[in-house]
Every structure is written in C-alpha cells, then in structure tokens.
Design a binder for this molecule. Structure first.
Ligand code: MN
Length: 557
C-alpha cells in the first residue's frame, strides 16, 4: 500500500475518501475473512500505481459504498463532488452487466461495458476492483468462481488488453486460468516449472555477455531483464503447436531497455552480430505497432550452445506503455509532460482491426494538452452506433437510427423475414421506431409473414435492405410461377398410322381445347387450355388404355 499511503498524506480528497470508506464498511467482512475495506484499499492502490488522478483513487476507495452500505449516491455527491460520484455510479452500473458465457457476440458485450462506462477511468476502477476480486477468488463458492473467472477471461482481460494494459491483462488471465481449466493448469505447472527455471538461468548467463558487447560499441543499456511467459498465453500458444514445448522459443525472453529509438536499432544490430537470428522471426513493432499500440523490436537468435532465445528491445517509454497502456498515457498527462506521448511514431492501424479500436486509438492520439486529454476520456466514440439488447441480454450493435426491423435481421435472416411486430422495453412499438442504446428489443414473428416493400423506407442497415429486397424478389418469382397458362400433356407412344388423329379426337371429346401439338416421336406433347386437375387425370386414364401409349403425364405451363 506504499503509493496509496504516500498520496493519503498529501491529498485531502483521497484522505477523506479513505476515512469515509473505512468507516462505511466497518464490521463487514470479505469471504476470506479480511475486513471489507482491505478490498477497497487494494483497488485504490492499483489505480494509484497506474498513476491515475485523485478523483479516480477516491472513486476506487468508495466504489462499493453505495452498493454494500446504507450510504447513498447523494451523500457521496455532497461529500466528494460530481466527478467522484460520476465514477462511483459508473462502476456500479457496469458491475450489473453479467456475462453468462452464452452470448454469441462477446465483443458486443465488451463494447456495451465501454458504452456504459462513458469515461475510461470508470473501466480502470472496475479493472482494479476485478484484479483484487480475482486474487481472493479462492474464498468464493465454486459456482460463483466459475462465472467470475469466465467473465474475467472473456470480458475484462481483453478489455485491459485493448486499453494497452498488457501486464494487467496477462495477470487477470493467469488468475482466471486455474478456475476455468484446472486439469490443464495442473499439467502446465508439472511440465513447465523445471523448464522455466532452466531457461531463467540461461537468460541470466546471457546478460553480462550482452552488457560487455554493448559497452564495446558505446551503447548505453538502461537495463536487461528476463521475462517468463505467462501461463495462459503459453497454454494458448501450446495449443497452436500441438502441445510441443520444444517449439516455444519465448518461454523466457530477454528484454533489453535502451534510452532511445535509435539505440533500439543499434542494439539489434549488435545482437545479430553476436548470435545469428532465426530467419522470418524478426518483428519491427516500432515502425509498425500492434493494434493495441504495442511497440518493440522482437528477434529470435541462436544463442550460446545453439539455444534458441527470443530478445525484445525497447525504450523505457515503450516498456511503460506496453505494461500500463492507457494508464501510462494518463500518468504522462498527470505530470503535464506531453512530450513523450507526442513524440510517438504515428501508428499504422491494422486494416482487420475492428472499427471501435481504431476509434479508441485515434482518440488516444488526438489530444495535445492536458485539458483536451481530460475531455477526451469521455467515451463518445459510440455517437454513431447504438447498443441494444435481446431479452436474453445479448448485445446487438446497430447504426444510429436503426429500427426493430434492422434488429430482427441482425439476429437472423428468418427473424427479419417473419417479423410482424416489436416490443421495446416491454411496450409495443411501430416497426419503424428509432431504437436507442440500452433498449431491450423483442421481435414478434409470424411464420406466414413476408417483408413489406415499405420497410425499405426506414431500415438503416445495408444487410436488412439486401435481405428485404431478395425476399421481395423471391415472392415475385413464386407468384409468377403460380400463374400457369395451359396444360401440357406428354405421351410416350409406339407409333402407328392414325394414332395421332385418334389421340387428338379423344382429347377434343373430353372438351379440351388443343392449342399446339409437338410430335417428336416417340414423344408427343399436346398443349391445351388450362384444365382442372381431375379432368386432366381422367383424360390421362383414357389415353393410357390405348395399347400404343406407354406413358402419359401432364404439367401446367
Ligand atoms: Mn468491489
């Protein structure tokens, strides 16, 4: 609690929030027997370490007060002001979103949490809260353990990753892993531990070799550290490599921190002179950062004894950004030092990257001074999107102004085609109704229903438009086909003179109007006016009695 204690001494707001929360939770215990306040202080310690502002630290201290004590949001507002209250309220709201592992589109749920948060600081407090909950998950009943671990793995660890907080993301995954995959975790521990230790020793041996070589070449090294791969990411990688540990080269990687970007490339040159690199393993994430903003040079070399080793080279700024992501940017602005950030290489966004991450990154890149930065923390990049919910809680992402018909087609083409009505938040609405974020939408379907052309006037999504058009076309062609003009009788015969005349006569006597005869022996096709099915079948029976007629059938054309 070092950082928090330090701030407590200097900052009045944090001091008051600390004392208020401690008092509010007095007598309450956590499942593991700790006083409840330990949890609040741990969350606050995390956001303090990430370098966040006083309001966020206060909000972390107070984040469970409204939910779990008799104190109200109104009281928080009177005591701590709008900013803290907004953050506490935000955390409470997103805590109500539950992931049950059934939603088809987890991505939309992550977005929904961002949307509800409205301010990145809210998510950061939530992540700090979740981190401590995961550390004490052992004390919680096993059913609840599974749900919380799953939610952490699927929702919160990826959110942390998207915000560039790799260290936190990896930590959350590793905390969730044993609850979700106990067998696999056990296997991993048993099979990896020795190898980790061996590789660690090996990495330690390389350190002085690199240091002396760098000294000869006049390159300053800030520090060299070894980094053991995290269990969860190792497991994911093993799955891709048929569980073959030998093929994982970055079990323990060496991380070389140098003062400047130029030093990164110079250091890389020296490393490649010392030990030959593996072909195709070099990655320049400095010139081409990863989608979440990660920057570093990665190379894999044949080290001493021909052991394959991964080496990462980066600056202190890159390292801090990689570990703490968005929080690192926040810390720069706290210190009113925008330089490090502004010096960043313009990032090249991955084309496959999802739109909202791009927006998030543009938004991270767009501010130039601390005031702009604070304003930019508002999550407003959902302005042209709305996030609606199915009655089961699945989040459906739609463009602004979308209607229940767009929603229906987003769920399934058939639901769209058979859509006959809609309820929004329990009330019947017109199909052209404009949906809003947070709306719970229920679609009423009818099997016999077809899309109406008028829907094209109000739907907003291209996919709904296309589905409606193609459904309308299908209805048209079916309709056209259902209007036959004539009856065509087809006979297979053995010819003899006078047979065709005899057949024509029989057909005329049955009151059919012959329109055309196509004699292509042994097949004769006779087109008549449209006749009822029964009458046609009777005629066919008569025709079949002729011994030269081998086959007789008909169709409507
Ligand atoms: Mn909590």
């Amino acid at each position: 609690m070092a950082r928090l204690q330090e701030i407590y001494k200097q900052n009045n707001l944090v001091q008051r929030a600390y004392d208020f929360s401690k008092q509010a939770h007095v007598g309450q215990k956590r499942k593991n027997g700790d006083p409840y306040f330990v949890h609040c202080a741990a969350a606050a310690e995390s956001v303090a370490e990430w370098g966040l502002d006083e309001a966020t630290i206060a909000a972390a201290l107070l984040h469970d007060v409204v939910e779990d004590t008799p104190h109200t949001l109104e009281e928080i507002k009177n005591q701590f002001g709008e900013d803290v209250t907004f953050l506490v309220d935000g955390v409470t709201k997103i805590s109500k979103v539950r992931y049950r592992g059934i939603e088809a589109k987890v991505e939309n749920l992550r977005k929904f949490i961002l949307y509800l948060s409205q301010d990145v600081r809210v998510i950061l407090v939530k992540l700090a809260d979740r981190l401590h909950n995961m550390k004490t998950l052992y004390a919680v009943p096993s059913q609840k353990q599974k749900r919380i671990a799953l939610e952490t793995m699927e929702i919160y660890a990826p959110l942390a990753y998207r915000l560039g907080m790799q260290k936190l993301s990896g930590e959350l995954e590793d905390l969730a892993f044993p609850y979700l995959y106990p067998q696999e975790h056990k296997w991993l521990i048993e099979n990896i531990k020795v190898r980790f230790e061996e590789r660690e020793k090996y990495a330690q041996r390389l350190k002085p070799m690199i240091e002396s070589e760098f000294k000869k070449n006049d390159i300053t090294v800030s520090r060299i550290e070894s980094r053991a791969k995290r269990y969860t990411s190792l497991y994911k990688k093993l799955l891709r490599y048929d569980m073959n540990i030998e093929s994982i080269y970055d079990l323990v990687a060496l991380r070389i921190i140098v003062p400047s970007v130029e030093d990164c490339y110079a250091a890389l040159g020296i490393i490649h002179k010392m030990w030959p690199p593996l072909p195709h393993r070099f990655k320049d994430y400095v010139a081409l950062p990863k989608a979440n903003g990660y920057r570093s040079l990665h190379t894999t070399v044949f080290g001493p004894e021909n052991k394959i080793t991964e080496i990462q080279i980066k600056t202190e700024v890159m390292h801090n950004e990689a570990e703490n992501g968005i929080a690192a940017h926040f810390a720069y602005h706290q210190a009113k030092d925008t330089k490090g950030y502004l010096e960043r290489v313009a990032a090249v966004a991955d084309k496959k990257e999802l739109g909202w991450i791009q927006q998030l990154r543009q938004w991270q890149n767009s501010f130039t001074n601390p005031e702009d930065f604070l304003n930019s923390l508002k999550i407003d990049f959902f302005q042209d999107r709305i996030l609606t919910l199915t009655p089961k809680g699945e989040v459906i992402d739609l463009p602004d102004g979308a209607t229940p018909v767009d929603f229906a087609y987003q769920i399934h083409t058939e639901i769209g085609n058979q859509c006959s009505g809609a309820k929004v938040n329990g009330k019947i609405v017109a199909l052209s109704h404009s949906l809003k974020s947070g709306d719970v939408v229920e679609i009423i379907t009818q099997k016999t229903k077809h899309p109406s052309e008028s829907w094209l006037n109000f739907v907003r999504t291209g996919s709904a438009k296309n589905h409606i058009k193609s459904a309308l076309r299908r209805v048209m062609t079916t309709f056209a086909k259902k209007e036959p003009q004539s009856t065509e009788i087809k006979l297979v015969v053995q010819d003899r003179s006078g047979l065709l005349n005899e057949i024509s006569e029989m057909i005329r006597r049955s009151h059919f109007n012959i329109q055309a005869v196509n004699n292509n022996l042994p097949i004769i096709k006779i087109t008549c006016n449209l006749t009822p099915k029964e009458k046609t079948e009777k005629l066919l029976e008569k025709l079949k009695k002729l011994k030269e007629v081998k086959e007789a059938n008909y169709r409507l054309v």
